[in-house]
Design a protein around this ligand. Structure first.
Ligand code: ADP
Ligand code: ZN
Ligand code: ZN
Length: 764
């Protein structure tokens, strides 16, 4: 038997599988998906089997093949998954082993590690294991059993178990010393002790009413159309894509649930991707309430043990619906009939570390290879998806769009008002709230209603500026403006996490680092400031709940805040983008956007699209119940197409302007964009390497347009310099292999690291 192995050595130079021979005594243990030990050069390495066959590989001298030395872990993935990993490595110019590792069970990795610098290599095995818990229960005889008169403990144990079986751990709390008594009773046949697998990661229940997905009496016309389109794609089994283009609150989740039901009935499984940030108890609850224990949940906020248990539920075939972030794509589900990506336009579907893949593209490839259908859902589909739908097909599979323009039950889309802050300022209003927003908030308070307030500050956290010279304190180790945290008066670097007390920045006296002025003023508004102003405006009868990175740092805090908002009779929820997604509170009638345009000014060609998506999402939080909703958007840039489109509920206003801009500038979806980032402590070395790559790419193909090298927007992070080369290629160009080839051809890069980002999202 012969195998192809992916060696666990993360270097670009080794980016193909290697052939090995399997000795006869190992043959019945080795197969695709196994982790094995193999020798490479003069050392032993961990490797993963991605192919196994009985014929020797062609064009290889069989006698030169080295043997597999041993099996370290049983099969974790199948051949289709292995091939998906090989495809990803090519498509995204990523180290092969980074792609294969995605397929391994959480917390069960195996690797070779040096005990110290230059020391011997040794094998390290992570050991996430299932947890068995021991339980005790009364037997039939036990109910009538009379323990010896002096056996008080036994008597107490019998009494405790009379009410039902208990974990031994619990029993020992109720009856100290219970274990000895249980053993004695077990010997007499009065009690049985059994192991029961404890599954971690099955989130605690939530009190949120909206976490229930009660089946509606009747589907809307749009939902029925979407469902029948999906049914067709599932039946075709060819990886066909259905884009469910439904306004916020149109009932997309119900479409997913019904489609999954049908797929389960046919004996197949389903994968549902949800952006990490909206993987809340509310979202998970809707799936659990419909599919119960058949749901496994996978995301990075779970502990390793929890992730292992959820992964294992899938492998055992118990869970056939996997709900999760990007990583759910790699769950060991052998036969998914359906893959669903909710909020498919979300930037977080692009992974920002190696392998830098986009979950939408990997899902499309996986659906094709598994004979499944791919459903993309959004109220604001990405320009990439809209582009493919317009053409009707992409890489040989069909792309169709179904519209769901209405909300069920006659709920109407909220009315959107735009407040021009330049006028507000001119008329002397210096408050965070315009008069319109202020009045609307007071109105909600008076009617004992609920409101949501968004502070759009992606990339624009509040900072300090010198009123005399305009200088902004930046981190001496990173080219990042320091963020001002009002509580605690700290300046924090969000790149390296260093912080300075304002009174001590940059030196004992809080003076401007450039001109020495003592007059540093705050620019931009923080959530804490808005929280304070709200409390002042609305008084003690209205609960003000703040949700941002700081207030949700601890596990479970996010859910607790939502439950608090849900339970409160009258409340305002104020927060950053994390409040915009997927929240479904029918009592919310007012949504305010404190500053709509901050993210429009970011140096990123997707800035307008992201702003539009965010505003449309957050506006969709209003008026989901019987009462109509109202949205107030404050902006300094009222004429921007993204803002106008949100105000008129007319996506074409935004799309037409945006597509024309992108076409003219040669940006996606009209092109593919690659970004190669060089980082290192030695600025000269970083400059030389980036220049060499730019030249190589210019020579590589006439079809490429090479921009740079130039400094990244974040030109320095943690004392390492950052430069990048941008490449534009035709929209169907195989960019991954070209970039990988060019990077591999670079001379020795001492101290400089290279990151290749195909279809880049983060340009900073
Ligand atoms: P979306 O995901 O499109 O934003 P949701 O799936 O959250 O929308 O649905 C919005 C609300 O409408 C939910 O409260 C849901 O229970 C309800 N709903 C969905 N479908 C129907 C239907 N056919 N009839 C009545 N209510 C529905
Ligand atoms: Zn100054
Ligand atoms: Zn820093």
């Amino acid at each position: 038997m012969y195998v192809s192995l992916v060696l666990d050595i993360p270097t670009r130079a080794l980016d193909k599988p290697y052939s090995y021979v399997v000795p006869p005594e190992l043959e019945d243990q080795v197969g695709v998906g196994c982790t094995v030990l193999a020798s490479f050069g003069r050392r032993d390495v961990v490797a993963y089997v991605v192919e196994a066959c009985t014929e020797p590989p062609q064009g290889v001298d069989e006698s030169k093949l080295k043997p597999v030395l041993g099996v370290l872990a049983p099969a974790a993935f199948d051949r289709t998954a292995a091939q998906l990993a090989l495809w990803m490595a090519q498509e995204y110019a990523a180290p092969l082993v980074d792609c294969v590792r995605l397929l391994l069970p959480p917390g069960q990795g195996t690797r070779m590690q040096r005990s110290q610098e230059g020391g011997a290599w040794e094998l390290v095995v992570e050991q996430a294991k299932p947890v068995d818990e021991r339980w005790a229960a009364l037997t039939e005889q036990g109910r009538a059993y009379e323990p010896p008169r002096n056996a008080l403990r036994q008597r107490q144990v019998l009494e405790a178990l009379g009410a039902g079986s208990l974990r031994l751990a619990e029993l020992s709390v109720l009856v100290p010393g219970a274990r000895t008594a249980v053993n004695a009773l077990a010997k007499r046949g009065a009690v049985t002790v059994f192991a029961h697998r404890h599954v971690r990661g099955t989130d605690a229940a939530t009190t949120l009413s909206s976490a229930q997905a009660t089946r509606p009496a009747q589907l809307t016309r749009g939902q029925r159309l979407a469902l029948s389109e999906i049914r067709g794609a599932v039946a075709a089994g060819a990886g066909d894509v259905v884009l469910v283009d439904g306004v916020t609150g149109s009932g997309k989740t119900e479409v997913y649930l019904s489609a999954i039901e049908e797929v389960l009935r046919a004996g197949r499984g389903a994968i549902v991707l949800v952006p990490e940030i909206s993987l809340t108890a509310q979202t998970v609850g809707r799936f659990r309430s419909r599919f119960g224990d058949r749901v496994a949940v996978l995301h990075s906020r779970l502990s390793t043990g929890e992730r292992f248990d959820q992964w294992d539920l899938v492998r055992q075939g118990i869970a056939r619906v996997v709900v999760g972030a990007r990583s759910a794509l790699y769950a060991p589900l052998p036969d998914p009939g359906l893959i669903i990506i909710d909020e498919e336009h979300e930037g977080s579907y692009k992974q920002d570390s190696s392998p830098r893949y986009h979950a939408r593209e990997v899902a499309a490839e996986l659906a094709r290879r598994r004979g499944a259908a791919l459903v993309l859902g959004s109220a604001t589909p990405s320009l990439e998806s809209l582009g493919r739908v317009r053409v009707g097909s992409w890489h040989g599979v069909s792309w169709t769009r179904v519209e769901m323009p209405e909300r069920p039950g006659g709920a109407v889309l909220p009315q959107v008002e735009v407040v021009d802050l330049t006028r507000e300022f001119a008329s002397g209003n210096r408050s965070v709230f315009s008069r319109a927003l202020r009045d609307a908030l007071l109105d909600v308070a008076q009617r004992k209603g609920k409101a949501v307030l968004l502070l759009n500050r992606r990339g624009f956290a509040p900072f300090l500026m010198c009123r005399d010279c305009g200088c902004v304190p930046t981190c001496p180790h990173c080219s990042t403006a320091l963020t001002y945290h009002e509580r605690g008066h700290l300046l924090v670097c969000h790149s390296c996490d260093r912080s300075w007390s304002v009174l001590a920045y940059p030196h004992p006296a809080s003076a401007c680092p450039a001109c020495g002025s003592r007059y540093l003023a705050q620019v931009g508004i923080g959530t804490q400031r808005v929280e304070d102003e709200l409390a002042l405006l609305l008084g003690p009868d209205v609960d003000v709940i703040r949700m941002d990175a700081d207030s949700t740092r601890r596990k479970g805090e996010h859910q607790r805040l939502l439950e608090q908002f849900d339970a409160s009779p009258c409340a305002v929820l104020v927060g950053t983008q994390m409040i915009a997604k997927g929240l479904d509170f029918p009592e919310v009638t007012l949504v305010g956007v404190v500053n709509a345009d901050t993210s429009l000014k970011l140096p990123d060609f997707r800035a307008a699209e992201r702003t539009y998506d965010l505003l449309e999402q957050v506006a969709g939080r209003a008026g989901r119940g019987e009462r109509p909703g109202r949205v107030i958007v404050q902006t300094y840039w009222a004429s921007h197409p993204a803002i106008r489109a949100v105000a008129t509920h007319d996506r074409a206003t935004f799309l037409d302007a945006e597509l024309a801009d992108r076409h003219e500038a040669g940006y996606p979806p009209f092109t593919r964009l690659g970004n190669v980032i060089f980082t290192g402590a030695d600025e000269g070395a970083v400059r030389r390497a980036s220049l060499e790559l730019a030249l190589a790419l210019s020579d590589a193909s006439e079809e490429l347009e090479v921009l740079g090298p130039s400094d990244c927007v974040r030109a320095k992070v943690k004392d390492r310099h950052r430069r990048h080369v941008l490449v534009k290629a035709p929209h169907d160009y195989a960019l991954g292999p070209t970039l990988a080839g060019a990077v591999a051809g670079l001379g020795r890069l001492s101290g400089v690291s290279v990151a290749v980002d195909v279809d880049a999202y983060d340009m900073m």
